[in-house]
Design a protein around this ligand. Sequence first.
Ligand code: HQG
Length: 182
Amino acid sequence: MNEKQRNEISKFLSYVLRHEPQAIGLQLDVEGWAQIDLLILAAAKQGHELSRAIIESIVESSEKKRFALSADGQRIRAVQGHSNAEVRLQHVEKVPPEILYHGTATRFLQSILKQGLIPGSRHHVHLSQDIQTATAVGQRYGKPVTLKVESLRMHQQGYTFFQAENGVWLTDHVPVSFIQQD
Ligand code: HQG
């Protein structure tokens, strides 16, 4: 597998495990798990040639640790980033650090400074602990801008935060009063 093929398969897995399992006739449970043998069969019908070895290699090499295997090695899921309505991962609730960062594009700023950060089609607003990651996230949508979120102050005022297995921080909504432009 070269880097390009690896990237394509990773994107395909993100698509079916976070967003549209039904597009290939795959069933996820409420915790987002898919049976690996069924995933391989469903993907083959769409012309994506997967195998256990390929899947395990993608899970292992994903620099953001996007996917996880079940303890028995029979199932796979995306660890965060879902938009699918059937899935509701029980993320671990945690006290956040004082500051978390959100990367976005400058064209969204005006709306964000009116409404605060909202999840869009995903289940949560995504925040990261370091500026570099946030900037890279923002870059996907245009000229990046990094916003500082006063996460600890939010938590002290009753807002809930979760941390996904791969370290990404999640919350439901960030009101404008907790956002600063970095
Ligand atoms: C923006 C990646 C207008 C928000 C990353 C973002 C992340 C608003 C976009 C994960 C808004 C939603 C998620 C408002 C928020 N008005 N725009 N009020 N509030 N937005 O892709 O956070 O590489 O659903 O700023 O690492 O960009 O795929 O969320 O630009 O963890 O593994 O609405 O995706 O992970 O976009 O990215 P997204 P995101 P992966």
